[in-house]
Design a protein around this ligand. Structure first.
Ligand SMILES: Cc1cc2nc3c(=O)[nH]c(=O)nc-3n(C[C@H](O)[C@H](O)[C@H](O)COP(=O)(O)OP(=O)(O)OC[C@H]3O[C@@H](n4cnc5c(N)ncnc54)[C@H](O)[C@@H]3O)c2cc1C
Length: 441
């Protein structure tokens, strides 16, 4: 039996450490639903809460419906790694969408980081945010070779980045598992649970009407308005925002067929001896590697090691993914071999077929989703954009967001995908093979 399998299966809590480390949230269950409002937001994560906050600040009446606890989805389960940018850089975006739109998409993806930092500062959200930089670790020689072009491209935007190896790499991370890294200064870490709690508190204080454990079950067009049904009655609104990302259900089948929910999983250790924690990340960087079955990891604000990864594309259990991640964590950082795991959990990220997030309108509903696993900044930013779009009067932006202007593709054969990602186990095996081959080369 391997050491990882020897880890007692019942010794950890099977829930997000972030949620477990928060004081109890205000009870937002069972509150009376208004008959009418200006905007209904469906989904109480970063996207929905940020939209609600910006709408309420602009004087718009907004009611937010969350099927579970506020922040129950990915927003209180993620790694808390904060970075701007998209999967595709400027060159790819310009090639795909033309110079004007490509440049505007790229600029907006960078702006997302500023908006995130600005929001945390302006709203004084206590969420342990620190801008300590991130280190991307090359899984293959090819990935390492691509880093120089990446540095040049970041430099075009005035962003500090450099390739690190040898002693310089050892000064950034305590591992022998990788040989080359790309260090980016404009990135950081946050306590995701505190962020979601802070956004909820600010949105509520600004006048947003937040409802927990109240799912939207049906949407009905009534002329220019929409009736949103819930198990406790319905509410009519001029506008509806769908902010459900990896938890998107059947309210809008067209949108559901454009989001692929994929599992991502995390384990967290007990607090480490300060010297051990410092040996892992001497400068407080966050880390992730470049493979398909990526690992991402960082120290938590109280000095634990958080280690996450895709672990499995097939339906699985938290115990199984925890075993996979603990094995990987010990390979990368043998210094935590004996650390106890205190929490293990998983959540859903929302992928799209073009690996870009999207804002759009369908059947009179505005949606914002598809962050492809990088949504801390982007979802918060999209909430602001959508809030601006639906604000009446002077607060409304003059220009449409570039994310509204790009096509939102579904599956190449639409009949084959309506929201149930049956193909993921097969895709997962292909990705795993690609990772192995890339490393061997
Ligand atoms: C394990 C994990 C690690 C991650 N790590 C990172 C990271 O380090 N950095 C990063 O940038 N991103 C990360 N992400 C991605 C990031 O967390 C998400 O992109 C982001 O939280 C999306 O926010 P959201 O508000 O759009 O969706 P969510 O936070 O998922 O919220 C959607 C909400 O909609 C609700 N809902 C669904 N249907 C209905 C309905 N009918 N009625 C009412 N409510 C409904 C759900 O209950 C859910 O709470 C990670 C994600 C996961 C799962």
């Amino acid at each position: 039996m391997s050491r990882a399998t020897a880890q007692p299966a019942v010794s950890y809590e099977r829930r997000s450490f972030w949620r477990a480390s928060l004081p109890p949230a205000p009870d937002r269950r069972g509150r009376e639903l208004p008959a009418r409002t200006d905007v209904v937001v469906i989904g109480g994560g970063y996207t929905g809460l940020s939209a609600a906050l910006h709408l309420a600040r602009a004087g718009t009446a907004v009611t937010l419906l969350e099927a579970h606890a506020i922040g129950w989805g990915a927003s209180s389960r993620n790694g808390g790694m904060v970075h701007g940018g998209l999967r595709w850089g400027r060159r790819v975006l310009v090639r795909r969408y033309g110079r004007d739109l490509g440049e505007r998409l790229h600029a907006a993806s960078l702006e997302a980081f500023d908006v995130f930092e600005g929001l945390v500062a302006d709203e004084a959200i206590d969420c342990d945010y620190r801008r300590d930089g991130q280190l991307v670790l090359a899984w293959s020689r090819r990935d390492a070779e691509g880093f120089s072009a990446e540095v040049a491209s970041l430099a075009e935007d005035g962003l500090a980045a450099r390739v690190v190896r040898g002693a310089e790499l050892q000064a950034e991370i305590g591992t022998d598992a990788y040989e080359v890294g790309l260090l980016e200064e404009r990135a950081g870490g946050v306590h995701p649970g505190k962020l979601v709690a802070g956004l909820a508190e600010r949105a509520s204080a600004a006048g947003a009407d937040l409802h927990a454990t109240l799912p939207a079950t049906r949407l009905e067009r009534l002329g220019g308005r929409i009736r949103v049904a819930t198990p406790r009655g319905s509410v009519e609104a001029d506008e509806v925002v769908l902010a459900t990302n990896g938890y998107t259900g059947g309210l809008l089948p067209w949108v559901r067929a454009r989001v692929i929910p994929i599992g991502s999983y995390i384990v967290v250790t007990e607090p480490l001896e300060p010297a051990v924690a410092a040996s892992i990340s001497p400068r407080g960087r966050t880390f992730f590697d470049t493979k398909n079955f990526l690992y991402y990891w960082r120290l938590t604000p109280d000095g634990r090691l958080l280690f996450g990864g895709r672990a499995s594309f097939a339906p699985t259990s938290v115990d199984r993914t925890a075993r996979i991640l603990v094995r990987a964590m010990r390979r990368v950082h043998p210094q935590v071999r004996d650390a106890r795991i205190t929490h293990a959990w998983g959540g859903r990220v929302g992928f799209t077929f073009d690996r870009l997030p999207h804002i759009g309108r369908r059947d009179g509903v505005t949606y914002a989703l598809g962050y492809c696993g990088s949504g801390v900044c982007m979802a918060t930013y999209f909430g602001k954009v959508v809030g601006g779009m639906l604000t009446r009067g002077p607060g409304r932006p003059a220009e449409r967001s570039p994310f509204e202007q790009i096509p939102h593709p579904g599956a190449p054969l639409p009949a084959l995908y309506r929201g149930d990602p049956w193909f993921l186990p097969v895709a997962g095996e292909l990705f795993r093979l690609q990772d192995r081959l890339a490393r061997r080369r």
